[in-house]
Design a protein around this ligand. Structure first.
Ligand code: OGA
Ligand code: NI
Length: 353
C-alpha cells in the first residue's frame, strides 16, 4: 500500500458532546441536513434469510424479493440470519466496551502511518479536509492469514475470539447471498463464488459520539462502499444511517436482530450496472452516542475487478477493468465524496482520471 497521510492523534479522536465543535468538523448546513424523506412509514425491504436458504438452487418467492430489493433499493434488512445470538451480543458488548476504554489504551491499537488498519479515522487525505464526527477501528478479518493481530484489541478479553466467530458467520451469509444474487442475474453461482474463494473481509467498527451541534457535523460522509456486499450490525438503539433515494436522504430504521445489507461498488462493476451501489451517510445524535459495525466482503486479492464477461456478451462494458490491489489503493487514497470514486471507474467518465 502507498503511504497515506494519517491524521494527528488530536484530529483522530472526535470531541464528545461539547458545545464547541472544532472547525475541522463543522459543515455547511446544507451538507448535513439535505432533504430527509421519510416516505411515510416506508421501510427498506426485509428479506428472510431462512426462507432464502430453503430456496437455494430452486429460485422462489424470497429470491425474487431479493432480486427486487437489489434492483430497486440496493439496501435491505436481513432477518432470521444465522449469526448465533451470543456472537451478536458479544460483538455489541465488545464494541461498546472497546470505545469506552481510556484514550491511552485505545491508542495502543492506533493506525500507523501509511496503514489502514487500527483505531483512528480513514479517508483523511489532506490537512484542510473536513473530518467526520466519529472514531473507528478497522481490521482485516478474512482470509485468516491476512489478520494483523497487533491491531486486534486484547481487551475486552474475548474481543478477538468473538470477532473471529462473527467474521466466519457473516462471511458464510455473504457467500450464500452472493450465490442467490448470481442466480438471480442468470449466472452460475461459481461465476461470483470462484472469485470469492479466499475472499477479503474487513470489519469496521464505528463510534459516533453525541454532538451538541449535531446539525453541523456528519458522522460518516456520504459514500458508497467499495466492496461486493456489506453487512452492517446496528450495535445500540440510536439510529443514524440514511440512504440516498430519489434525491433525498431516506432514514433506515433498523429492525431488532436484523443485519443491514447493501450492494457495493464492485458488485455494480461486476454486473455492469445491473445492481447499483447506493450512496449513504450517517448523521449523529445530539444526546446519545451511536455505534455500528460494518463487515465488507470483496473478491480474493487475485480477482480482477471489471464487468463480468458472462453479462457483457451483448452490451458495452461501462466500467474499467483493474486489478484488485490497485482498485483498493485508489479507493483509500481518495476522500469520500458520494459515488465520485465509482464515477472514475466508468469508461465514459469525462473528468480527469
Ligand atoms: C460504513 C457505513 C454506516 C453506519 O461503515 O461503511 O456506512 O451505520 N456505516 O455506521
Ligand atoms: Ni458504508
Amino acid at each position: 500500500m502507498e503511504s497515506l497521510p494519517v491524521p494527528s492523534v488530536q484530529a483522530m479522536v472526535a470531541a464528545t458532546g461539547e458545545a464547541d465543535v472544532p472547525p475541522r468538523y463543522l459543515r455547511p448546513a446544507e451538507a448535513v441536513t439535505g432533504i430527509v424523506n421519510g416516505e411515510g412509514e416506508a421501510q427498506i425491504p426485509i428479506i428472510d434469510y431462512r426462507r432464502l436458504l430453503l430456496e437455494l438452487d430452486r429460485r422462489g418467492e424470497e429470491s425474487a424479493r431479493l432480486h427486487q430489493a437489489c434492483q430497486e433499493w440496493g439496501f435491505f434488512q436481513l432477518i432470521n440470519h444465522s449469526v448465533p445470538d451470543d456472537v451478536v451480543e458479544g460483538m455489541k458488548a465488545n464494541i461498546q466496551q472497546f470505545f469506552q476504554l481510556p484514550a491511552e489504551t485505545k491508542k495502543l491499537f492506533a493506525q500507523e502511518r501509511g496503514q489502514l488498519e487500527g483505531y483512528g479515522q480513514l479517508f483523511v487525505v489532506s490537512e484542510d479536509q473536513k473530518l467526520d464526527w466519529a472514531d473507528m477501528l478497522y481490521l482485516y478479518t478474512q482470509p485468516p492469514e491476512s489478520r494483523n493481530t497487533k491491531f486486534w484489541p486484547d481487551q475486552p478479553v474475548n474481543f478477538r475470539s468473538t470477532l473471529d466467530r462473527y467474521s466466519g458467520a457473516v462471511k458464510e451469509i455473504a457467500d450464500s447471498l452472493l450465490a442467490t444474487m448470481a442466480e438471480n442475474l442468470g449466472l452460475k453461482q461459481e461465476v461470483i463464488a470462484d472469485r470469492c474463494v479466499g475472499g477479503v473481509q474487513s470489519v469496521r467498527m464505528n463510534y459516533y459520539p453525541p454532538c451538541a451541534q449535531a446539525d453541523k457535523v456528519i458522522g460518516f460522509s456520504p459514500h458508497s462502499d467499495a466492496d461486493l456486499l456489506t453487512l452492517v450490525l446496528q450495535v445500540n438503539h440510536v439510529q443514524g444511517l440514511q440512504i440516498k433515494r430519489n434525491g433525498s436522504w431516506f432514514p433506515v430504521r433498523p429492525v431488532e436482530g436484523a443485519l443491514i445489507v447493501n450492494i457495493g461498488d464492485i458488485f455494480e462493476i461486476f454486473t455492469n450496472g445491473r445492481y447499483r451501489s447506493i450512496e449513504h451517510r450517517a448523521v449523529v445524535d445530539p444526546k446519545e452516542e451511536r455505534l455500528s459495525s460494518a463487515a465488507f466482503h470483496s473478491p480474493n486479492i487475485d480477482a480482477t475487478i471489471g464487468p463480468l464477461k458472462e453479462l457483457t456478451a451483448d452490451e458495452d462494458e461501462a466500467y474499467k477493468t483493474v486489478d484488485h490491489e490497485n482498485f483498493m489503493r485508489l479507493f483509500f487514497a481518495t476522500k469520500l465524496e458520494g459515488k465520485s470514486f465509482l464515477d472514475r471507474m466508468k469508461l465514459k467518465y469525462s473528468g480527469s482520471s
